[in-house]
Design a binder for this molecule. Sequence first.
Ligand SMILES: *Cc1c(COP(=O)(O)O)cnc(C)c1O
Length: 386
Amino acid sequence: MKATSIVEFVRDTYKTDEFIPLHAPMFDGNEKAYVMETIESSFVSSVGKFVDEFEHKVEAYTGTPKAVATVNGTAALHTALYMAGVQRGDFVITQALTFVATCNALYHMGAEPIFVDISPVSLGICPKAVELFLDEHAEVTETGCIHKKTGRTIKAVVPMHTFGHPVDLDHLVSVCQKWNIVIVEDAAESLGSFYKGKHTGTIGNFGAVSFNGNKIITTGGGGMVLCKSSEIGIRTKHITTTAKIPHPYEFFHDEPGFNYRMPNLNAALGCAQIETIDTFIREKRVLAEKYDELFKGTDLQFVKEPEYAQSNYWLNAIICPNQSVRNEIISETNRMGVMTRPVWKLMNKLPMFKNCLVGDLKYSNWIEGHLINLPSTPKLIITESL
Ligand SMILES: *Cc1c(COP(=O)(O)O)cnc(C)c1O
């Protein structure tokens, strides 16, 4: 299939001759009203009702016992890794195919990533690849899972639900239980994606969500840590809010904390956005179905949700037969004002992670060279109407 057919389909879908982005936020509900309310009340910052309200809405939607709002998704991941007990010098196993934030968060914990392959089904971490790496290089001792050659602890696995498609979590959980490793789910892209009926980010020990402007719903910038119990959630909240002991005027902080609290202004936007998330996801799934139809019987393979999961189809993707087809489609569609792009460069190819340990990255390398992301907003807002 040629780039022109893709451009035609996309233009027909969005009914515009303007530039079409990969993803744009949608404000269809109470966004303006709630944001105005924070301004009128003057509670735009670290105090105000919308932060608690937004946390409760995310708890209800995801079925998580306690959700803690943060300034962005990277901060949520950083907090989750901290709460999961990752320490300086630990190894953390993750996928080579991810957005750099996954690795930045663990780098700033003083931990070092180990990169293993993805599953061609989910495009997220392959539990079998995790197990293969551990079988060959690790042992379980009374202090935890140890990397034999260096004696360092392998503390956690961070699966990332690529483009919203859930990783095979049952399989991953069983591997991690056997090897005494905690799971921190990078669910930044997968709000609204379910694994066997359970929301992504609620199955591992912790989950991290992002509300950046390009994600399925947005707070401008923001994130959330999903915690397994209200007790852990209360401590997580404490850590993200400078670990201050509540008092009308005294300052007392009982441990080193972060200032990762989401401002009330942003939470107001989030409250309005999550009220309409079911509609967004329904529309995104309809768009994905249309793409699936378009590419049926062509040389381009549309990436579909794994059978065990219900995906939010955050970013639609196709896989090309070879790299030159991929390059041509990307350059042609962009030239015609329809944004498409390749997937991230593998993490082990970035200068700061080039010396990290790796497993066999066969599928990661294949996908890196063959995948294209396509415009994925169900409908575009024409700016004049705002
Ligand atoms: C967006 C994203 C993040 C980080 O979110 P921010 O809110 O931008 O900090 C982390 N991991 C993945 C995989 C992401 O796509």
